[in-house]
Design a protein around this ligand. Structure first.
Ligand code: EPZ
Length: 422
């Protein structure tokens, strides 16, 4: 945690072309999955972000041999040197996705000791569904002293009904089921793009997973997994959406390349409804706007609905849309902390439980504001780009968890963003 701050000179149009980085939420699932391979794995298109650096530290702590080239986005993992099955608290508390090490260590070594993930600024985020899945596969799972202790002499496939759609729960159970004997069927599974990406990676190592991307995923366990070729992860859906929103918010003209337009449909529909122009190509999206945005309303949903991770950036854009916008956050219980910061920039927002009512104002004004989590930070960057004056954002480390060189990307499009430590 540093006291570094970000300075954003507002009111500048974004124009030009920018390339998307690899997906954070794919990276933090695919990297632990390399533990399942009997041979060294090569992963490509990894973003140089804090969560990937923590994943490297975690693999190295377990004893894996990891070569990581942040600039090239290429990582080679040799899991054959792993000699531990416990993740330490100082690493697990840095990243929510540390819970995935329960599934991979249990599958590969029959045991795992991983600290319970703490809650964070968007909600409690329990992992009861993850543990329900491990138990359904025959593992004994206890929690003591804040640790999850899971053991199994050998996992056995089963039918597992998730009580709610959970991305992490689906991923963790899928990871464990790869080495369970026989067939595992996950019902009510999450369908996010990074779940499909993980399934594709596992299948590239000899797994037999069918139905990823639907609400029923079938995993036939396999004795051995062998990485045969490098695997490149998908582009980041949420970074794509963040840049799309920034383009619209600055009344700019930005082409985002190396993205997957079909992953963006829920956001694209809302930007069009607001009056922005969105043109899709095979692996690029162009967003143009002359301003004069209309208000829109949306509810966050599981994929392919409007993603909760884009709720915060989108709420910044809605602050100056004419009329009344209603935003309902259905996934997490406290994902509105950025709204108070935007009110300090002149936004007019009222919150009723899970609903934020945003009355458009003509202009936001710069202020010193505090990021409370990763996507709140992204929302404040967008508000700063839109505001009159120079905005100062505290807690920039949150932004660095999930966005690779965000200000470099924005400055290449004409923004004026710098960092300083007072
Ligand atoms: C993943 O979190 C993402 N993180 C989140 O992105 C994203 O917001 C979320 O999915 C929803 O899309 C990663 O992929 C690393 P969930 P996850 O399990 O897996 C409840 C970002 O900004 N729940 O789908 O934790 C939970 O409390 C981050 O990149 C249980 O009750 O999300 C939440 O209310 C933020 N019990 C809801 O389900 C469980 O066992 C959805 O959580 C699991 C979840």
């Amino acid at each position: 945690m540093t006291n570094e701050r970000m300075l954003i000179v507002g009111g500048r149009r974004l124009e030009g072309m920018v390339r998307i980085s690899g997906a954070k939420n794919s990276a933090v699932a695919v990297i632990p999955a390399t533990i399942l391979s009997s041979t060294p794995c090569v992963i490509e298109n990894l973003p140089d972000i804090e969560d990937v650096r923590v994943s490297v530290e975690t693999l190295r702590h377990l004893g894996a041999t990891v070569d990581w080239d942040p600039a090239g986005g290429v990582m080679q993992v040799d899991p054959s040197t792993i000699n531990k099955t416990e993740v330490p608290l100082e690493l697990s508390r840095k990243m929510r996705a540390s819970s995935y090490y329960i599934g991979v260590l249990l599958a590969r070594y029959g045991e795992a000791r991983v600290p319970m993930p703490g809650g964070c600024d968007i909600g409690r985020r329990p992992i009861d569904q993850h543990l329900k899945g491990m138990r359904a596969l025959g593992a004994t799972v206890e929690t003591s002293y804040g640790m999850v202790i899971a053991e199994s002499p050998g996992l056995v496939g089963n039918d597992i009904f998730m009580d709610m759609v959970t991305v992490g729960g689906t991923i963790n159970v899928m990871l464990a089921a790869t080495r369970a004997e026989g067939m595992t069927i996950i019902h009510n599974a999450a369908k996010e793009p990074h779940i499909v990406d993980l399934a594709n990676f596992l299948n590239s190592m000899g797994c037999r997973i069918k139905g990823a991307g639907t609400d029923t995923i079938r995993i036939r366990g396999t004795r051995e997994m062998v990485a045969r070729r490098p695997y490149a992860i998908i582009p980041d859906q949420i970074e794509t959406g963040t840049l799309m929103i920034a383009a619209a918010g600055t009344h700019g003209d930005v082409t985002i390349t190396g993205c997957i337009p079909t992953h963006m449909e829920a956001l694209t529909a809302k930007l069009l409804e607001m009056g922005a122009r969105v043109d899709e190509k095979d692996d690029a999206i162009r967003v143009r706007s002359l301003g004069g945005h209309r208000s829109v309303s949306f509810k966050t949903q599981v994929y392919p609905g409007f993603p909760t991770d884009l709720q915060q950036p989108m709420s910044a854009l809605l602050c100056t849309a004419s009329g009344t916008s209603r935003v309902v956050e259905n996934i997490f219980e406290s994902r509105f902390r950025h709204l108070a910061e935007m009110e300090r920039m002149g936004a007019n927002i009222r919150v009723y439980e899970q609903t934020a009512v945003i009355e458009g104002v003509p202009q936001l004004h710069a202020a010193a504001v505090e990021a409370s989590d990763l996507r709140a930070g992204a929302a404040l960057v967008i508000a700063g780009l839109m505001a009159q004056g120079t905005t100062e954002i505290y807690n920039t480390h949150y932004i660095d968890r999930g966005y690779e060189h965000l200000e470099d990307k924005l400055n290449s499009l004409g923004a004026k963003i710098s960092r300083f430590t007072p």
